[in-house]
Ligand binder design. Structure first.
Ligand SMILES: [Zn+2]
Length: 481
């Protein structure tokens, strides 16, 4: 019951703030911005910004990826738009209260960012409002001085209201609107959905499901996800403060196989699945999908204390742990017969992926080499080894300490320094910690041996077949927690 109340109050807060800002613009502190978005006649989208005080220079808060270079076009004279020192920057000839763009909606996931526009097979669309967020600057030089690290800007992003009109129902923060919505953009922003799906409510979460989702998947989605959330609550030792909301988009596609991508925002999981193999149920597809749902749900638990994730070279921290936790949960869910088979398969793969990546350079530079999968694969083993080194073997306790410490120290992200100091704080010896660090930081001569030695030292007893494939580990067992 208390959950329901919390959801409702969460929803009223942003709306009433937006209303105040509009009614009394002169009473708000700092500049206020409104971003009015919608499709134009050509099928492109348009965003028109209005500011209550004239702006000189603005940078897009989410600028890590350079996709806007090829997809966003500024309208009118007296304004220039382009890439400056790793950021998308708007420069006005004279201070201005408006600027507008025509944009081609990007429906793929850019490197290091959320998918800006997620298309659903049934015609629905979800828009990541964070893509519109702007940071004000005094000059172009001030942007350049940050050298792409906009989180170091002196001034926060402009307080912004996103206004969207649609002839389809609009859903945001678990509420449905007709015609128009004004939504207050907070932090990274959330997804605003427009389409014909309704919100479905379950015990642990609400969902917006693509109506073209295959019947077998549709029919078991809620019970699978309930089981995943229940398992995670038991392992983490707490439940999510308010219900998670899930959006699941499906694209049938023409290609064989299947694909799944996802992102975890504050309380929202945005997941896209597709491919021909999803047409019929099968053990591999199903266990993969369950693993994928679990992995994304674990990100919500990792973020529950308000601490975000470090990106770039430190993605192994959250991705590796989420993978390892998800694998063990799914192994328990599929039962004592299939569980070990499942684990052998996924870890044999991860071992080869990790070794392959480390043969080309260190883990912390893998992303720069375009090898983001190394963070999942090697991160798996770092998480397993961390668990093995801990005197009280529990990756969940470790993460609870990690995020509690991060929150207590006002850190916005869990980073490698905090990871390694927490490892030691919980009783892992310096020599053991150094073995973990070596996998992250060093360019290894023999990654296969280094990784095997790490697993050995952590008591995981790795076993290989005569083709040198990893076939068995002393997997941690969390089923009793
Ligand atoms: Zn992830």
């Amino acid at each position: 019951m208390s959950r329901l109340v919390f959801v409702i109050s969460m929803f009223f807060l942003p709306l009433s703030e937006a209303a105040v800002a509009q009614a009394n613009p002169e009473k708000t502190v700092g500049a206020e911005a409104v971003a009015e978005i919608g499709p134009d006649e050509s099928g492109n989208w348009r965003v028109e910004y209005t500011f209550d005080t004239p702006q000189k220079v603005l940078a897009f808060a989410r600028s890590e990826s350079d996709y806007r270079d090829a997809t966003w076009f500024v309208e009118g004279d007296g304004v220039r738009f382009g890439r400056v020192a790793g950021a998308d920057v708007i420069v006005f000839d004279d201070p201005s209260r408006t600027v507008a763009f025509s944009l081609i909606p990007l429906t793929n996931k850019p490197e290091a960012d959320y998918t800006p526009f997620v298309t659903f097979g049934d015609g629905g669309l979800a828009i990541h409002e964070g893509q519109f967020s702007l940071i004000p600057f005094e000059s172009r030089d001030a942007v350049e001085a940050l050298d792409g690290d906009l989180s170091a800007a002196e001034v926060p992003q402009l307080p912004m209201t996103v206004r969207l009109s649609s002839d389809k129902p609009i859903i945001v923060d678990g509420e449905t609107y007709q015609g128009q919505v004004e939504h207050r953009l907070e932090g990274d922003g959330t997804y605003i959905y427009m389409g014909d799906s309704a919100i479905e409510s379950f015990d642990s979460f609400t969902a917006i499901l693509d109506r073209t989702l295959p019947e077998w998947l549709q029919s078991r989605f809620d019970s699978d996800l309930e089981a995943i959330f229940a398992g995670l609550e038991a392992r983490w030792g707490f439940g999510l403060e308010d219900k998670a909301s899930v959006m699941l988009a499906f694209k049938e596609g023409r290609s064989d196989g299947f694909s799944a991508t996802g992102e975890a925002l504050d309380q929202l999981l945005m997941m896209e699945v597709g491919g021909k193999d999803l047409a019929e149920p099968g053990f591999d597809t199903l266990s993969y999908l369950q693993w994928f749902f679990a992995h994304e749900a674990i990100h919500l638990f990792q973020k529950q204390r308000g601490v975000g994730f470090a990106g770039g070279g430190e993605a192994w921290i959250h991705e590796g742990a989420a993978n390892t936790m998800a694998y063990s949960l799914i192994a328990d869910m599929v039962g004592p017969e299939d569980g070990p088979k499942f684990l052998s398969g996924v870890y044999a793969n991860a071992f080869e992926t990790c070794v392959g990546a480390l043969e080309k350079g260190s883990l912390e530079t893998a992303q720069e080499r375009g090898d983001a999968s190394a963070h999942y694969a090697c991160g798996d083993f770092i998480a397993l080894a961390t668990d093995g080194f801990l005197p009280r073997r529990s990756l969940y306790d470790f993460w609870n300490r990690l995020t509690t410490l991060a929150a207590a120290n006002d850190k916005t992200q869990v980073d490698a320094d905090l990871y390694f100091s927490t490892v030691q704080l919980l009783g892992v010896r310096r020599s053991q910690r150094d073995m973990l660090r070596e996998i992250v930081e060093e360019e290894l001569d023999n990654p296969r041996k280094a990784l095997t030695d790490l697993l050995d030292a952590a008591g995981l007893d790795p076993q290989f077949n005569d083709k040198d494939q990893l076939i068995k580990l002393n997997w941690p067992d969390y089923s009793a927690e």
